[in-house]
Design a protein around this ligand. Structure first.
Ligand SMILES: Nc1ncnc2c1ncn2[C@@H]1O[C@H](COP(=O)(O)OP(=O)(O)OP(=O)(O)O)[C@@H](O)[C@H]1O
Length: 611
């Protein structure tokens, strides 16, 4: 066999082999052809309007519009406009030279005359070729606004090879028809309903009237293009219904409007989110100069903002490039930062303007705010002033207010502030009640996001720790270093511990005898905070983990100072003593909603028998 020689060289690219690639893979979604061609037609009319405004076009503008028509028999789709049209030379320049965009050329030429570049959509010079994704032959019949003589209209025909034909055409009116002779493998597009759906999706808010099947399909002045001062609340709500006919009324909205250092307009709505992490994403629609681009805004908008609804319109978001590029794009990063800031500012304004109304909405937007805090430090910087904690009494407090409220009573011996919380106020009622009796405050943390939120707060707040009310006895939860006197001797305590261990007979239960106030229950069952958090986290993540697989182990705390415990200790009859131990333990289970099934039935029967 011949040895391989070291060699360097160049891979050759010819137009013959790059053209089919552009044709087939320019856009993964073939229906995009209609968006591109209608956008070109819109551009052509907008350009004429601009020329008229510079005084470069003195003729009748007429009613500028784009018409899409379908001829099922001839198997054609035609996109017509009464815009600037093209001369034969312009066809050669703009159409024959792929990626030589007439739009950039136009902007370059008139850059000193117009500061409103915003009106021209095209800038890549490739869009037209998307026609070949669905057509076996494309025909352009066009007449430039400049041509007044006869026979100046031109016809261009290309069958998708690199050859074209350019001939004079019969056309008296200014403007362009792009006629697609649909290929056999794309006949799905020769369908009225299909075209209607595509137009509804992409052309819905185009700035020039687009007619299909005798009807105008678009709203040419969607409210995000207007100034907020022209708009009423009702306008915003109506537009929301236009976007999401099935949606519940939004809570409030933000009108975005920047032109430096990037261009962006839009309206973001806050829906009611409540306790759903599986919120519906893909609700924000991305536009570029009123052309719908996508509802997958994943890389353009920070993840937590995907909970919002609405539209963003920006010509500065690169549209035809890969996702990874988008993430690294400086404009996209700035846009991200801008939107996050605006959203935080809006929430802050609402909070300052009407605290009560903000509190009323908090249950609906709390999840959103907490998600924002978890995912974005800049958002946290603002949100820490308006994120609210709600306690079991239904009172709301900001983090600062809350710190102030509990500081005196809930600071432990290490000077750490202990936030007591409940995840289920019904199930944990006995513990909440004990805490309230000591004038401790208990926060509600029953939202799906709260386990994460608690972790985040512990990291962000100084010297603060969260404990669920049932994580330990209150003396340990907030350990102020004060030891309760025990009425029992160490010997008695050991005896009691042994009796309980014998009756309960369960290795997963950790029995201890502690001196607690007399008004605490004789037995309390607690679930250590760390262990429970680890288990909660692994359940939330849905993954198998070390902690997730551990069996639940509980602490059983016997109150040495409770009279009933004294009674158990002094009971000389072993059977009677065991029955008492069982009874106080079952009562503890009952108060934690942990007594179920046969154990519960047996408890009820036993209790009935003693009455
Ligand atoms: N309907 C039309 N009327 C007049 N000129 C047109 C029309 N369609 C296309 N052209 C000309 O052909 C050029 C190339 O169009 P093409 O769609 O390929 O690129 P583009 O619109 O500039 O950019 P993009 O790739 O973003 O669509 C346009 O810039 C324009 O000058």
């Amino acid at each position: 066999m011949e040895a391989v020689q070291n060699e360097k060289g160049q891979i050759s690219i010819h137009t013959e082999n790059i053209f089919p690639i552009i044709k087939k893979f320019l856009y993964s979604d073939h229906e995009i052809f209609l968006r591109e061609l209608v956008s070109n037609a819109v551009d052509a009319t907008q350009k004429l309007r601009q020329l008229a405004s510079f005084g470069e076009f003195g003729g009748e503008l007429g009613e500028l519009k784009v018409t899409v028509s379908l001829d099922e028999e001839a198997k054609t789709i035609t996109i017509s406009d009464n815009g600037i049209g093209m001369t034969a030379d312009e066809i050669k320049k703009y159409i024959n030279q792929i990626a030589f965009s007439g739009a950039s050329d136009f902007l370059e030429k008139y850059k000193d005359k117009t500061d409103d570049k915003g009106q021209i959509i095209g800038h890549f010079g490739l869009g037209f070729y998307s026609a070949f994704m669905v057509a076996e032959k494309v025909e352009i019949v066009t007449k430039s606004y400049r041509d007044t003589g006869d026979n100046s209209a031109a016809r261009w025909i290309c069958d998708g090879s690199t050859e074209f034909e350019l001939t004079p055409a019969e056309r008296t009116e200014r403007g362009t028809d792009v006629i697609l002779h649909v290929a056999p493998d794309s006949e799905e597009f020769l369908n009225k309903a299909r075209l209607q759906r595509i137009l509804d999706k992409y052309a819905r808010f185009l700035p020039v009237a687009v007619e299909f099947d005798g009807k105008v399909v678009n709203n040419t002045t969607p409210i995000w293009t207007k100034s907020p001062s022209e708009l009423t609340d009702e306008d915003y709500k109506t537009f929301y219904r236009e976007l999401y006919p099935m949606g519940e009324e939004p809570l409030f909205w933000i009108h975005l409007n920047v032109d430096y250092p990037f261009n962006l307009t839009g309206i973001l709505y806050f829906p009611r989110i409540k306790n759903e992490l599986r919120f519906q994403r893909e609700k924000i629609q991305l536009y570029s100069r009123q052309v719908f681009i996508t509802d997958e805004v994943k890389d353009v908008v920070p993840d937590f903002l995907m909970m919002l609804h609405g539209v963003i319109d920006s010509p500065d978001i690169p549209l035809n490039v890969s996702r990874s590029f988008l993430q690294a794009d400086a404009n996209v990063k700035k846009i991200n930062g801008y939107i996050t800031r605006k959203v935080a500012d809006k929430l802050n304004d609402l909070f300052n303007a009407d605290r009560k109304a903000f509190e009323e909405k908090f249950d609906d937007i709390g999840l959103f705010i907490k998600y924002g805090i978890l995912s974005d430090d800049k958002f946290w910087e603002k949100a820490k002033n308006f994120v609210l904690l709600k306690n079991t009494e239904g009172e709301y407090a900001t983090l600062d207010e809350y710190r102030e409220k509990i500081q005196a009573n809930q600071t432990d011996k290490t000077d750490t502030l202990v936030f007591l919380y409940t995840t289920d106020r019904k199930q944990q009622d006995a513990y909440i009640e004990s805490a309230r009796r000591r004038s401790y405050d208990v926060v509600l943390m029953d939202n799906v996001i709260d386990p994460h939120f608690i972790n985040a707060l512990e990291q962000k707040l100084e010297k603060a720790h969260f404990q669920r009310v049932d994580a330990d006895t209150l003396d340990k939860l907030i350990d102020k270093g004060i030891n309760n006197e025990s009425v029992l001797s160490e010997d008695d305590k050991t005896k009691l511990k042994e009796s309980f261990e014998q009756v309960l007979d369960n290795k997963l239960l950790n029995v201890s005898v502690e001196a607690q106030p007399v008004d605490e229950l004789p037995v309390t069952i607690t679930l250590p905070e760390f262990m429970r958090r680890m288990k909660d986290m692994s359940a939330l993540s849905g993954e198998q983990s070390f902690y997730g697989n551990l069996p639940m182990s509980y602490n059983v705390v016997v109150n040495a100072n409770h009279p009933l415990i004294g009674k158990i200790l002094s009971e000389t009859d072993a059977t009677a003593q065991q029955a008492l131990v069982k009874q106080v333990y079952d009562l503890a289970l009952l108060s934690q909603n942990m007594l179920t099934g046969t154990e519960l039935t047996a408890f009820v029967r036993r209790t009935v028998a003693t009455l």
